[in-house]
Design a protein around this ligand. Structure first.
Ligand code: PMP
Length: 446
């Protein structure tokens, strides 16, 4: 085989060439089929061969491929914004279409800053986020994220942000503390950090309603986000919710924050919005934020060439229509509580090296531990997560394993985020494949 000129993610890994998609399966050049149990990285919510979406893309290409938003808006962009706003929580009222998740969070951070400047509070410059979080790989989004490993070598380039504890009860709740009390305690860290920085210097707080890649499908404790909302409101601080991974129906709600009964000032979505058919993300902003800028400079000082791309918007529109008209979000909620929750607990609930199984809808994490009693993670040098990814692929399963943190506070985990069209039989087969892969890895690491 000729040497590849692709700059890969892992320079020395041999990865198969994907040549086709069929429902929930990806097919490689040798004809091997892989059940897409993580939708890539929680992207492919409609599977890989949705004709409505591909037809919408083709029709849009024939009609209009591109019109720069400096000059025009377009029908698919307008229709997608209308549909998102019709279902969005709170008073979210304006949509800014971008090409992916990092662009959405980056835009959110800049919008929050510009909002305060235009309100006459230019002193508000601090963004507070949470440890072990991920909000994207561009420098602003990376600075916001609290994932030590991703930040490490770029630290000198990252502007100063502030990080409080994640709401991660498996690892951090005290034994004698109720879940609710734990949630309030962690939320109150926001209040303490605001007081330390000075309330008039803080512009926004950003968090994922259900933490995806960095923790493995961890929802917040009940009442946590209500408390966060109260704290933000009391100090005039914007709440940005990053639903890039957990949004668009993935948790059994179109917007994940609906389950917490809280609406943000700015909401970011991406992955499931394009479902992998086109690169698209969106930032939704409240009426109050939009009006402040409209009455002020009248110009959001941001932008990329491909914002509001008509073909990406046509894909996003077809995806959201498909989700809504086929009741796929309800299906995810129903099957999340049955097939996913019960199946995962049946296969892994008693496993000596499974510390925790958590999630919502079609978004689940399994935390792997060396010792279940003490919750001790595997030694990171064993590379359990990476080995599990390869063993699962051998078994014809795509899952999304993540290595634990080096401080030993958080172990390896595997994320499952299957397409919303997956059948019970397909999911059951996937649990079996994951189980076999896990046993192979455990035998390998001794
Ligand atoms: N925020 C969250 C919560 C994410 O999970 C991701 C991607 N894993 C991003 C932002 C960045 O999205 P993208 O990779 O599309 O830039």
């Amino acid at each position: 085989m000729a040497a590849s000129h692709i700059f890969p993610r892992h320079c020395h890994a041999q990865v198969p060439v994907a040549t086709a998609g069929d429902g929930c399966f990806l097919i490689d050049r040798n004809g091997k089929r892989y059940f897409d149990g993580s939708g890539g990285a929680a992207v492919s919510c409609l599977g890989h061969s949705n004709a409505r979406v591909t037809d919408a893309i083709k029709a849009q290409l024939d009609q209009l491929a591109f019109a720069h938003t400096g000059f025009f808006t377009s029908d698919p962009a307008e229709a997608l914004a209308d549909l998102l706003i019709a279902h969005a929580p709170g008073d979210l009222d304006r949509v800014y279409l971008v090409s992916g998740g990092s662009e959405a969070t980056e835009a959110a951070i800049k919008l929050a800053r510009q909002y305060h400047v235009e309100r006459g509070e230019p002193g508000r410059r601090h963004l507070i986020a949470r440890r072990q979080s991920y909000h994207g790989n561009t420098l602003g989004a990376l600075a916001a994220g609290g994932n030590a490993w991703r930040r490490e070598q770029f630290a000198p380039l990252l502007v100063d942000m502030h990080h409080i504890a994640p709401c991660y009860e498996y690892a951090e709740r005290a034994e004698d503390e109720t879940l609710e009390a734990y949630g309030q305690r962690t939320a109150n860290e926001l209040e303490e950090t605001i007081q330390r920085l000075g309330p008039d210097s803080v512009m926004a707080f950003i968090a994922e309603p259900v933490v995806g890649a960095t923790l493995g499908a961890v929802p917040a404790a009940p009442g946590y986000f209500k408390r966060i909302r109260e704290i933000c409101d009391r100090h005039g601080i914007l709440l940005i919710l990053d639903e890039v991974m957990c949004g668009m129906g993935r948790t059994g709600h179109l917007f994940a924050c609906d389950a917490d009964g809280v609406a943000p000032d700015i909401l970011c979505i991406a992955k499931g919005l394009g479902a992998g058919y086109q690169p698209i993300g969106a930032m939704l902003a409240s009426r109050a934020i939009y009006d402040t800028i409209a009455r002020g400079s009248g110009f959001f000082q941001h932008g990329h060439t491909y914002v509001g791309h008509p073909v990406a918007a046509a894909a996003g529109l077809a995806v959201v229509r498909e989700l809504l008209e086929n009741d796929l979000v309800d299906r995810v909620q129903r099957m999340g509580q049955t097939t996913m929750a019960e199946g995962l607990n049946r296969h892994f609930g008693q496993h000596a090296h499974v510390g925790d199984i958590r999630g919502r809808g079609f978004f689940w994490g399994i935390e792997l531990v060396a010792d279940r009693e003490t919750k001790t993670p595997f030694d990171p040098a064993l590379g359990v997560a990476g080995k599990l990814k390869r063993a699962a692929m051998d078994e014809g399963l795509i899952c999304y394993p993540m290595a634990g943190t080096r401080d030993g506070k958080h172990g390896d985990h595997v994320l499952l985020a299957p397409p919303f069209i997956a059948t019970e039989d397909e999911l059951e087969a996937a649990f079996g494949a994951l189980s076999r892969a896990l046993e192979r890895v455990l035998a390998d690491v001794g």
